[in-house]
Design a protein around this ligand. Structure first.
Ligand code: NAP
Ligand code: GDD
Length: 326
């Protein structure tokens, strides 16, 4: 059988790196884009375990011609569009760049794909942030929940979601949206709340830091593990019919509960160390997320392997080990 070829934008991000490892493990030839960076060493950090087994190319979602040239050369079977300005708080600081990348960038890669390799299957990294303030009566968000975003990031992702559906219907392309709820790992950027808490709590434990400053501790998130979620992305593209699927753990926890768990793991009480700094509050907050992933569980047989507690402990332990090595 012919070796399958995958193309991943944002391959050096959290999800891109785990997805690349997963697909290499399945026998795929894996290609992906990285952006030009003045310190090229920074780009390999998450790819250190597989960089010799994959092919990286310079590429940017803002450069449609470059994307089309790459897709024309590579002729992938599967395209995973994971690249984005993915930080919600920062999307208020750089709204134009966020919308250019996360909205127009999706249109750019869809057009490149439609012209260069329309027989491929296409995955779009859509987000629970699109639901914003909408919650169903049973306290879940699901595929049919109206979208009511509350950040430039959320608004940009709604455009990406809709244009992917439009290209599916208008041109008969195999384009799929994964509506993923928050997912974390030791590779999560340390300015997202889970990894910020794990990193700072480990520093406090080792006497390297004395306090942790956070924003809103009363928002709720449905937090899963990136490794489980990249399996879901792949499964979605193995389905004959394209569609939209929610991926979530079906549990929700507050930021406060998450802090308690991490500090307890290290034998400390978070109340002695955590303070609020208004600088980390958002102009508009999304207070509550809990995803109903019944559709992907029943139709595609996906379910997560990690529990929330296992994931947070793994992340905290990774920081402890890395500081202890220094
Ligand atoms: P991430 O770690 O921030 O990775 C994003 C990747 O996109 C990085 O490789 C980044 O490169 C690249 N990128 C940024 N702007 C780009 C541009 N203009 N052109 C090309 N590449 C660009 O994010 P992640 O956690 O892996 O998330 C992957 C995708 O899933 C994103 O689209 C995100 O919005 C979406 N998503 C994430 C979650 C979650 O909880 N993690 C949930 C739902 C949806 P640099 O390193 O050079 O910036
Ligand atoms: N980042 C951050 N830093 N968040 C904080 C802090 C802090 O110091 N203090 C409290 N929070 C709260 C935020 O206000 C938010 O309610 C919650 O912690 C989670 O924030 P993030 O970890 O930054 O994630 P997010 O939910 O805004 O966005 C992530 O999930 C989306 C899916 O719902 C990102 O990964 C997005 O790319 C993704 O689409």
């Amino acid at each position: 059988m012919k070796q399958k070829i995958a193309f991943i934008t944002g391959i050096n991000g959290q999800d891109g790196s785990y997805l690349a490892e997963y697909l290499v493990g399945l026998g795929y030839e894996v290609h992906g884009t990285v952006r030009r960076n003045s310190t090229p060493e920074n780009q390999d950090i998450r790819l250190s375990e597989i960089h010799l087994k994959i092919h990286t190319h310079y590429g940017d979602l803002l450069d449609q011609g470059g994307l089309e040239k790459l897709l024309d050369q590579i002729q992938p079977d599967e395209i995973y569009n994971l690249a984005a300005q993915s930080h919600v708080r920062i999307s208020f600081d750089i709204p134009q760049f966020t919308v250019q990348t996360n909205a127009i960038g999706v249109l750019n890669i869809l057009e490149a794909y439609r012209r260069a390799c329309p027989d491929a299957k296409f995955y779009q990294a859509s987000s629970s942030e699109m639901f914003g303030l909408s919650v169903e009566e049973d306290n879940f968000q699901r595929e049919t929940t109206p979208m009511n975003p509350v950040s430039p990031y959320g608004c940009s992702k709604v455009f990406g979601y809709n244009i992917v559906r439009n290209y599916r219907r208008a041109y008969g392309l195999h384009t799929t949206n994964g509506i993923l709820f928050n997912h974390e790992s030791p590779r999560r950027g340390s300015n997202f709340v889970t990894n910020k808490v794990c990193k700072t709590a480990a520093q406090i434990k080792l006497g390297l830091q004395d306090k942790l400053e956070l924003g809103n501790m009363d928002s709720y998130r449905d937090w899963g593990h990136s490794k489980d979620y990249v399996r879901a992305m792949h499964l979605m593209l193995q389905h004959d019919v394209p569609g939209d699927w929610v991926v979530s753990t079906m549990e929700t926890h507050s930021v406060r509960e998450m802090c308690k768990l991490v500090f307890n793991y290290l034998g400390m009480d978070y109340k002695n160390y955590v303070t609020q700094n208004p600088k980390y509050l958002r102009p508009e907050e999304l207070p509550y997320l809990k995803g109903d992933s019944t559709k992907i569980r029943t139709e595609l047989g996906w379910k997560p392997k990690y529990t929330f507690k296992e994931m947070m402990e793994e992340m905290t332990q990774c920081w402890l080990d890395s500081f202890n090595k220094k």
